[in-house]
Design a protein. Structure first.
Ligand SMILES: CC(C)(COP(=O)(O)OP(=O)(O)OC[C@H]1O[C@@H](n2cnc3c(N)ncnc32)[C@H](O)[C@@H]1OP(=O)(O)O)[C@@H](O)C(=O)NCCC(=O)NCCS
Length: 186
């Protein structure tokens, strides 16, 4: 059970594979310093984002890939890309999945991330058969921590000095939910 049946549906959104026509939205998301402020590895240069986008379009989204299945989050009404969301196996043998969501700054504050993340969590449990779903975020990423709390994930821990940028060390938080908790919330 490692394949996602796409698209994933949410009330106002659809989560689907990236298409070549989404290039501008993908580049906007991955090169924006505001979006990438708390994400190690972002923002990317235009060139790197372009290369990554071409590679992403060339293959089917697969949670077993090291990078995971990253999907375009688009409005159902206009198919306008507002962000990206991903789910991947952290440890497939132990059914441990992880998800992440990024929104374009203009799309924030409307509940889109909550809807998209819920669709990813639901897919991880119901389609992939995950036992535990987690999110990792830098401790400074307050909007992301609020998102996890809204979704009912538990704060599992604060991890000191997990990311280095030069000499600067950053702490991170892990939020998670196990399958029994997910079933109880349905
Ligand atoms: C993390 C991130 C996706 C959260 O986005 P967000 O806009 O705060 O989350 P939502 O889209 O769910 O919107 C929720 C907010 O909109 C408000 N809202 C307005 N209308 C709403 C609606 N119809 N439904 C739910 N919430 C609504 C909520 O009150 C909430 O505001 P608050 O956080 O001030 O309480 C966003 O900050 C982001 O893209 N950050 C950069 C990327 C990143 O760091 N990602 C996480 C690591 S993978």
């Amino acid at each position: 059970m490692s394949e996602l049946a796409l698209p994933l549906a949410a009330t106002r959104l659809t989560l689907r594979a990236w298409a070549p026509s989404d290039r501008a939205a993908y580049l906007a998301l991955h090169t924006d310093p505001v979006v990438g402020r708390y994400i190690p590895g972002l923002p990317e240069s235009d060139n790197l984002a372009g290369e990554n986008f071409a590679a992403l379009c060339a293959r089917a989204p697969d949670p077993s890939e090291p990078i995971g299945a990253w999907l375009a989050i688009a409005t159902r009404e206009a198919d306008e890309v507002v962000g990206t969301g991903g789910v991947l196996w952290r440890d497939e043998a132990h059914r441990q999945a992880e998800f992440g969501v990024l929104l374009l700054p203009g799309a924030a504050g409307q509940g889109y991330a909550t809807e998209a993340a819920q669709a990813l969590i639901d897919a991880a449990f119901s389609q992939l058969g995950a036992h535990r779903v987690s999110a990792e975020l830098l401790a400074e990423n307050r909007s992301s921590a609020r998102l996890c709390q809204r979704l009912g994930l538990r704060l599992e821990g604060l991890h000191l000095g997990t990311h280095l940028e030069g000499e600067q060390a950053y702490d991170s938080l892990t939020f998670a939910m196990v399958a029994a908790e997910w079933r109880q919330r349905r």
